[in-house]
Design a protein around this ligand. Structure first.
Ligand SMILES: N[C@@H](CCC(=O)N[C@@H](CS)C(=O)NCC(=O)O)C(=O)O
Length: 199
């Protein structure tokens, strides 16, 4: 997912150029990319960087959102939990890519998987400090990635925005740099939400 990277760039005050691409443009671009998947990042010296985790961590290393000491550990623990959450999302939430082949059986399977997904989300709650952040900045890369996962996936399944994470979600959404991205006012423009509502 590319959106956590945009949030890390914006909250970290990094200058960047964004290039959201349409399906049509992507089908032409895909064969020219190293691995045939997005996101991709081009550094000022022309180097192409692949893998969303590598790009997100690189931005975080530059801005401080990677964290140090216990904040680094917490953010990385979140990155691990988020990877497991993403695996659950992969088969249970329609995305811009899978929507056209989504059917009622998949929706039914997703509803059946909900208790397991909610049990995973409940694991985050024990690490909250003061109810609304996990690290001292509250904007570590792990937190930004979690915010995007929940904000995006809850568009398909509202239950994903759990009561336990409500204060966290509200706080991050209110950060001006985050609100700017959500409002479509960043260089990224209108948000191409990855998860979409059930058809
Ligand atoms: N491990 C990769 C996975 C990237 C990935 O699966 N990208 C998907 C969308 S999120 C993609 O580009 N799909 C388009 C395609 O396969 O043509 C990463 O985290 O960057």
């Amino acid at each position: 997912m590319g959106l956590p990277i945009i949030l890390a760039l914006e909250t970290g005050g990094v200058e960047y150029k964004a290039h959201p691409c349409s399906f049509d443009e992507w089908s032409k671009l895909k064969p020219t990319t190293p691995t045939g998947v997005m996101p991709l990042c081009k550094l000022a010296d022309g180097t192409t960087v692949i893998e969303s985790g590598a790009i997100l961590r690189a931005v975080g290393a530059q801005t401080g959102a990677l964290g140090t000491s216990k904040d680094f550990l917490m953010s990385e623990m979140l990155m691990g939990l988020n990877a497991d959450l993403m695996k659950k999302a992969a088969s249970n939430a329609p995305t811009v890519m899978t929507l056209k082949n989504w059917d009622a059986a998949k929706t039914a399977a997703a509803k059946e998987a909900l208790p397991d997904i909610l049990a995973h989300l409940a694991k985050y709650d024990q690490f909250l400090v003061g109810g609304d952040k996990f690290t001292s900045s509250g904007l570590s890369i792990g937190e930004l990635q979690l915010f995007v996962m929940v904000a995006s996936w809850s568009r398909a399944m509202p239950e994903i925005a759990t009561p336990g994470l409500a204060a966290f979600m509200k706080r991050v959404a209110a950060v001006p740099a985050v609100a700017k991205v959500l409002d479509g006012a960043s260089a990224w423009g209108d948000l191409p939400w990855y998860f979409v509502p059930f058809p």
